[in-house]
Design a protein around this ligand. Structure first.
Ligand SMILES: N[C@@H](CC(=O)c1ccccc1NC=O)C(=O)O
Length: 306
């Protein structure tokens, strides 16, 4: 595909935006509708914190399981109550612009999913300034490989990422598994309010701790990779759900839409979903509710009912 067209190209709408407008578009908290920006962020942390405490208070749990030698290379594994031979896994990568967030406050979806028989893994990775984007992508890749190695009899691994975490999950579509000596049994990806082209972010204040250069941005942009060389899905049965909230900013909408379109051109089994009446944070914290539409979409996809 022409690299000058599409989202990453010279004609991309963000290139015409003022610095303030770009900053605005890439500040999710400025687009919340039911509360102020600070209150939204506070509520998000609180709900994440409470959901994690609740998830850790009951059930079979393995905390701080190493997936590498690095101090930050740990994951928490939450098992369903019912013991089963072949468990489906959901592996979650938290958001926070690659510079905030923690596995210890991100177990949003654990209770409703483990209640339905899904094992949930919440992954920690080295956020900036300790970690670079290349490092985070490498860590997340090794975390997925490690789940496959530890649970080779799994009934499918689904990845879920929110915001910056959706970027990390999307990068797994381009991962070189052969190098790691194991190919994960990837069945689906849930990409929630994600960023797939990092170049515009490079021009915002969020880049201060990240120090992303144009080269780093491209190397770590799934949108860029798919436009340059539409990688063929290793497993054509792996579904990719690109999901965005109604109240996410227009740039977040554009990023999701264009990534979905690039996936379709590359013959991935992709679908696009705009969830009504939720902002960038509600879309995730609602996953604490078993009846929320996204919780139900995730469960139906995992159990292949749709
Ligand atoms: N500084 C950002 C914070 C943010 O974007 C964020 C916070 C928590 C979880 C995900 C986020 N966004 C992307 O990773 C804001 O203004 O909303």
């Amino acid at each position: 595909m022409d690299v000058l067209g599409g989202g990453g190209g010279r004609g991309a709408p963000w290139r015409k935006m003022s610095k303030e407008e770009l900053e605005n578009q890439y500040s999710p908290s400025r687009w919340v509708v039911r509360r102020g920006a600070e209150e939204a962020m506070r509520t998000y942390s609180q709900i994440g914190d409470e959901a994690t405490k609740k998830a850790r208070a009951t059930g079979r749990i393995l905390l701080d399981v190493p997936y590498g030698d690095g101090e930050g290379e740990k994951m928490d594994i939450y098992f369903p109550e019912e013991v089963s031979e072949a468990l489906p896994f959901l592996v979650f990568f938290h958001g926070g612009y690659w510079q905030s967030g923690s596995k210890d406050t991100s177990a949003f979806m654990v209770s409703p999913l483990t209640a339905q028989g899904v094992a949930v893994v919440i992954v920690a990775y080295d956020i900036a300034p300790k970690g670079t984007l290349d490092k985070m992508v490498d860590q997340v890749t090794r975390s997925v490989a490690s789940v496959q190695k530890q649970y080779p009899g799994n009934r499918g691994i689904h990845l879920c990422g929110h915001s910056a975490g959706a970027h990390l999950a999307a990068m797994m579509l381009l991962a070189n598994w052969t190098k790691l000596g194991v190919t994960p049994n990837l069945k689906g990806l849930f990409l929630v309010s994600g960023i797939y082209d990092l170049e515009p972010v490079m021009h915002t204040s969020e880049n201060a701790p990240l120090l992303v250069t144009l080269e780093d941005a491209r190397r770590n942009s799934p949108q860029w990779h798919l436009e340059m060389a539409p990688a063929q899905p290793a497993d054509p049965g792996c579904r990719v759900l690109v999901i965005v909230g109604q109240h996410d900013s227009p740039e977040f909408h554009r990023q999701s839409r264009e990534f979905y379109e690039a996936l379709r051109r590359g013959s991935w089994e992709a679908s696009f979903e705009e969830l009504r009446d939720v902002d960038h944070f509600e879309i995730l914290w609602n996953l604490t509710q078993k009846d929320y539409v996204l919780t139900q979409i995730i469960l139906k996809t995992i159990f292949q009912e749709s």
